[in-house]
Design a protein around this ligand. Structure first.
Ligand code: BDR
Ligand code: CA
Length: 313
């Protein structure tokens, strides 16, 4: 029997990050070594508190390490219009049952990777600030990272500016460090995550479940309404859970090996991922970019994780 995949989830909860936590906690694969938080959807104080509240809701004691307060170079941009003032509006969640660990997220990542007997997969579902700093602080950890699976960017889509996706837009310098690190990368971007939709009917259906599903019915209704209002998307795009699903079962996405560069200084395009689908640059590939998904399989994974979370409560 092969050993369980070991993962760290670096996130900025955030509605879809919250569901990514549930999926990471309630799948047989993998072993979740810790959750690290970063500023993005909201301030890092709020995203850390939200990660802890989600863990209280689902009754899991996973170490949470609070990370960077702001991007490496630019000013922090948050997304209250999508995720609300708390970063997780739409349901009453329990107060955290425990606090974050004393270690900073970057130190947590470095130490955990160094101590791990086998390589660890980093799943990043927020701006890449913590991951980039960890790689700069301790370049030796690159050899201990099995792969970085990140939700961010797009070949042909955008949501934060006319050309950029939110996570990459918030910290393009960090994304640049990650994409040029030489570590194997899977980019799960808007090309697929905007199709990873839970319909309004499926969200309503969660109301018939236990406390975890009922909480997510409220959260995802809030989030779907924001997506409809701002982007004309009908349903809840489960961006971050798809990155976790791709680690649990890589066949849930179809990828193409290509070169990805991050635009750092375009006056209209900062934070855009330039994805060389047609190999016109001649540059060697540095990422597997997701271009298709198995939607029914993905939904089964998410809905059964929510069901398991309710059963375990
Ligand atoms: C990404 O941005 C955030 O709002 C979501 O949590 C997701 O990680 C989608 O662009
Ligand atoms: Ca996120």
């Amino acid at each position: 029997m092969s050993a369980k995949k070991r993962i760290i989830l670096d996130c900025d909860p955030g509605h879809d990050d919250a569901l990514a936590i549930v999926l990471a906690c309630f799948s047989e694969e993998p072993e979740l070594l810790g959750i690290t938080t970063v500023a993005g959807n909201q301030t890092v104080d709020k995203t850390t508190r939200n990660a802890l509240r989600v863990l209280s809701l689902i009754g899991k004691d996973i170490p949470v390490a609070r990370g960077c307060e702001r991007p490496l170079v630019g000013e922090l941009v948050t997304a209250p219009e999508v995720h609300g003032e708390s970063g997780l509006d739409g349901a009453e969640l329990p107060e955290p049952r425990f606090g974050p660990v004393r270690e900073h997220a970057v130190e947590f990542i470095v130490r955990t990777l160094r101590e791990s007997p086998s390589p660890v997969t980093l799943i990043a579902t927020g701006p890449l600030t913590n991951v980039a700093l960890a790689l700069r602080l301790a370049p030796d950890i690159a050899g201990k990272i099995e792969r970085i699976v990140l939700m961010g960017g797009a070949a042909r889509d955008a949501n934060a500016t006319p050309t950029a996706e939110f996570n990459i837009f918030v910290d393009p310098e960090a994304a640049h460090i990650v994409f040029t690190s030489g570590v194997p990368i899977t980019m799960v971007g808007l090309d697929v995550t905007n199709r990873a939709l839970l319909t309004p009917e499926e969200i309503q259906g969660l109301k018939d479940g236990g406390p975890v599903r009922r909480a997510f019915a409220g959260l995802l209704s809030f989030y779907a309404a924001a997506n409809e209002r701002l982007l004309g998307i009908e349903g809840a795009p489960l961006h971050d859970p798809l990155a976790v699903a791709a680690v649990i079962d890589p066949s849930v996405i179809t990828t193409q090996r290509v070169h990805v560069a991050v635009e750092l200084c375009g006056s209209h395009t900062r934070g855009t991922t330039a994805v060389d689908l047609y190999r016109v640059t001649g540059k060697p590939s540095n990422a597997e970019v997701a271009l298709d998904l198995d939607l029914p399989r993905f939904k089964r994974m998410v809905l059964s994780a929510l069901e398991r979370a309710d059963r375990s409560g």
